[in-house]
Design a protein around this ligand. Structure first.
Ligand code: GDP
Length: 300
C-alpha cells in the first residue's frame, strides 16, 4: 500500500498515539476524550474539525453504548472517512473530446512544478500526449525548472522570455496544443504571494484566455498545497479558493510530514475535493486521493 508507506510519519504521530491511548486508558471517559483531542490537534486536524469530530464520537459512543476504548477505533475511522469523502473523488475532470486543460496555482515552493512533472508522466504512461505551459514568468528559474521536468518526462514546454505576459504564454500554449492536437495541456502559473491582488488579476486573465480559446476549459484548476505547512496550507486554500475558481486540491510532501491530518481539516473547512497527493520527489510519487485508502493507511 503506497499510501501506507508515504504516510508513515503521520501514522506515527497519530495512529500510534491513539493506539497507545486506547491501551493505556481502556475506558472511554472525559480524560480519554481530552487526550484524544490533543492527539488530533497535534496531527494538525485543526481545532474546529477536532471539536466537531469529538462531538460526533461522543454521540456515537452513547448511541452504541460503547464503553471499551478498543471499540472506538472503527468508529473513529468511519467518522474520518465521512469527513473526507466527496462525490468528486473519481479523479480529474477531463474533456469529453479534444484538449483537456489543467491549470496549477499555488504559492512558490509548495511543489507545483514537481506535481506538473509527475502528472505529465502519469498521462504519458497512459498513452496521452502532453504539453506544458511555462506560465510562471515571474520567478527566476521557474521556466528552466519546468523544462528540466519536460526533458525528464519527454514532453515539450511552451515558453516565452522571463518577465513576459503569462496570458500571452497561455495563448501560445493553447495554439500549440491545438496545432499538435495534444490530449492534455498542463499550465504552470506564478506563485508569488507578496503581491496578492496582482497575482489574482494575472490568474483571472490567464483563465479568460484559456476559456475563450477552448470552450469548457480549464477543466480543472488545481491548488497545490504543501502539507508540511499545516494550518498555513489551510489559510492558503481559503485565500486562493475564494478568488481563483479552484476546483481541486493537491496536497504535496505528505511523505515528509507528521501533519497529514491537515487533509482532514482542509476537507472539513472548505468544500473543495482533494484530488491528488504527493508522496515523494520522484516521477511516480503522485497518487489519486481516495478517502477510504487514506484512512485505512492511517489505521492499518
Ligand atoms: P514550486 O515552487 O511550487 O514549483 O515547487 P517545486 O516543484 O520546485 O518543489 C519544491 C521542493 O519540494 C522540491 O525540492 C521538490 O522536490 C519537493 N517536493 C515536491 N513535491 C514533493 C513531495 O510530494 N514529497 C517530497 N518529499 N518533496 C516534494
Amino acid at each position: 500500500n503506497i499510501f501506507k508507506d508515504g504516510l508513515s510519519k503521520t501514522r506515527t504521530a497519530f495512529v500510534e498515539k491513539v493506539g497507545e491511548l486506547i491501551t493505556r486508558r481502556k475506558k472511554i471517559d472525559e480524560e480519554f476524550y481530552e487526550e484524544l483531542e490533543e492527539i488530533l490537534i497535534g496531527a494538525d486536524v485543526g481545532v474546529n474539525t477536532v471539536m466537531e469530530l469529538i462531538d460526533e464520537l461522543r454521540a456515537e459512543v452513547k448511541k452504541r453504548k460503547i464503553e471499551d476504548a478498543a471499540e472506538l477505533q472503527p468508529v473513529l475511522s468511519e467518522k474520518l472517512i465521512g469527513l473526507l469523502k466527496s462525490d468528486d473523488e473519481n479523479g480529474l475532470r477531463m474533456a469529453d473530446d479534444g484538449i483537456t486543460v489543467i491549470l496549477f496555482v499555488g504559492v512558490n515552493g509548495v511543489g507545483k512544478t514537481t506535481t506538473i512533472g509527475k502528472l505529465a508522466h502519469r498521462f504519458k504512461s497512459e498513452g496521452k500526449s502532453v504539453l506544458l505551459a511555462a506560465g510562471d514568468t515571474f520567478r527566476a528559474g521557474a521556466i528552466e525548472q519546468l523544462e528540466v521536468w519536460g526533458q525528464r518526462v519527454g514532453v515539450e514546454v511552451i515558453k516565452q522570455q522571463s518577465g513576459s505576459d503569462p496570458a500571452a504564454v497561455m495563448f501560445d500554449a493553447v495554439q500549440a496544443a491545438k496545432q499538435r492536437n495534444v490530449d492534455v495541456l498542463l499550465c504552470d502559473t506564478a506563485g508569488r504571494l507578496q503581491n496578492k491582488n496582482n497575482l489574482m488579476e494575472e490568474l483571472n486573465k490567464i483563465f479568460r484566455v484559456i476559456q475563450r480559446e477552448i470552450p469548457g476549459a480549464p477543466h480543472e484548476v488545481l491548488l497545490v498545497l504543501d502539507a508540511n505547512t499545516g494550518q498555513n496550507a489551510l489559510s492558503q486554500a481559503k485565500l486562493f479558493g475564494e478568488k481563483s475558481g479552484v476546483t481541486g486540491l493537491v496536497l504535496t510532501k505528505l511523505d515528509s510530514t507528521a501533519k497529514g491530518g491537515i487533509v482532514i481539516a482542509i476537507r472539513h473547512e472548505l468544500d473543495i475535493p482533494v484530488k491528488l497527493i504527493g508522496l515523494g520527489e520522484k516521477m511516480e510519487d503522485l497518487q489519486q486521493f481516495d478517502s477510504e485508502q487514506f484512512v485505512h493507511a492511517l489505521f492499518a
